[in-house]
Design a protein around this ligand. Structure first.
Ligand code: DI6
Ligand code: FE
Length: 403
């Protein structure tokens, strides 16, 4: 964690992928000046305002500077591993079969409930560190492996505590509607546990947004509606796991609540795409789960693009369907598997991820934006999406401070 705080700093010799406009990398060769926690100037060196004349400087020798990357969909807090289910799937069982037989999410719930806070924290921190080593500044983290009031709150509390251990911004999402606990009725679970857990977590200041798993193996739109109505009453934004393995009109449901994002969307319909476009809902593109589950139905990227739905790219880091802690790999997969352009991938992990998190002052390099930066040992931004297994990070700047 950095202790080097400064008031003003100028980085010279930078190649800046500003992403400032609605399209293009917004490449600028020049300088970026930071004052306190915000970007004060981005542009050519000869127009740097005079007030920065005596500011400390760092020469970047042509290195690429991007906004700090943002992973806007993760389930980073959990205990245990599901390698056994990975083996079962390779022996022919499906993800749904395993879930219906009491494995899947429920097996991670058992491990998470059994883990003490220290173990849960340490296991999560290791995953977070993998993301930070790839220039990530902001991570969204969901609950949903507790499914009881105590453990849902514990997960969110651990997510919040990560901000004290590392230079990172955490956005917490309550995902009580993730799976039905063994032996319980889904409706009773929503009314008697999930919604009270949401109210308790909110009262403790632990919730930034509310999510649900709207699938045939998860919750129905009617059940999600009850959770979303509670979120609305509490003034919390919503988002949704929608149309990943079944088509339940989750995208339309998310749009009707002005959700921040609807994520996965492999089985979304044209009607769902239009609803998202009209409501300004971000599409969370999660190629890790598609890859790891060996799915064949891809999200309709070209239709989303044509409709003007902003696309975010995230890891969906979780033990069951996307055991991945690399945002750069998610970007690479979004390009290789789903045909997003490298520019869309970078936007997906910066400006559009910021949109999906309700953080309009992040994700671009422009005056007034938060000074979360990633400085890379590459010449062109396409290299970030192109490489596999290589994190060419030179330096991370978080809130204006070098990490
Ligand atoms: N996100 C989720 O929450 C589920 N799928 C997904 O993409 C399942 C996570 C799990 O299997 O643990
Ligand atoms: Fe997920």
């Amino acid at each position: 964690m950095s202790t080097h705080l400064h008031q003003v700093h100028v980085y010279t010799g930078a190649r800046l992928a500003t992403l400032a406009g609605p399209s293009g990398y917004g490449l600028v060769d020049g300088v970026i000046a930071i004052k306190d926690q915000a970007i004060d100037y981005v542009g050519p060196k000869n127009r740097l305002p005079g007030r920065f004349e005596d500011a400390p400087r760092t020469e970047l020798n042509g290195r690429l500077v991007t906004p700090g990357l943002m992973d806007c969909h993760t389930h980073l807090v959990y205990a245990g591993s599901r390698a056994n289910e990975f083996e079962m799937r390779l022996e022919g069982k499906s993800y749904e079969d395993i879930a219906l037989a009491g494995g899947g999410i429920i097996s991670t719930v058992k491990a998470t409930r059994a883990a003490n806070d220290t173990d849960l924290f340490v296991q999560t921190l290791a995953r977070l560190d993998n993301l930070l080593a790839e220039g990530v500044s902001t991570v969204e983290i969901k609950s949903g492996y507790g499914l009881d009031i105590e453990t849902e709150l514990r997960m969110l509390g651990i997510a919040r505590r990560l901000e004290e251990a590392r230079s990172v911004r955490i956005k917490t999402t309550f995902l009580g509607a993730h799976a039905v606990p063994a032996g319980m009725d889904a409706d009773a679970y929503i009314d008697d546990i999930c919604i009270p857990a949401l109210r308790a977590a909110f009262a403790d200041g632990l919730v930034d947004a509310v999510d649900g798993f709207c699938e045939t193996i998860g919750f129905t739109p009617a059940q999600i509606t009850r959770v979303f109505d509670t979120a609305k009453e509490l003034g919390l934004p919503v988002k949704l796991h929608a149309e990943q393995i079944s088509y339940l009109r989750g995208a339309q449901l998310a749009a009707s609540y002005q959700a921040l994002s609807a994520d996965h969307l492999e089985f979304i319909s044209e009607e769902g795409i239009i609803a998202m476009a009209e409501a300004g809902v971000v599409a969370g593109i999660l190629p890790g789960a598609y890859y790891f589950l060996g799915e064949t139905q891809k999200p309709p990227i070209e239709s989303l693009r044509l409709a003007g739905v902003p696309m975010a790219v995230a890891t969906d880091s979780n033990p069951g369907s996307s055991p991945m802690t690399s945002i750069l790999l998610a970007m690479n997969m979004a390009a290789t598997l789903f045909d997003l352009t490298p520019e869309e991938c970078l936007r997906g992990a910066t400006v559009n991820a910021a949109k999906a998190l309700g953080l309009p002052m992040s994700g671009r390099l422009a005056k007034g934006m938060r000074a979360d930066l990633a400085i890379w040992d590459v010449e062109h931004p396409a290299e970030l999406t192109y490489r596999i297994g290589d994190a060419p990070l030179y330096q991370r700047i978080f809130g204006g401070a070098e990490c």
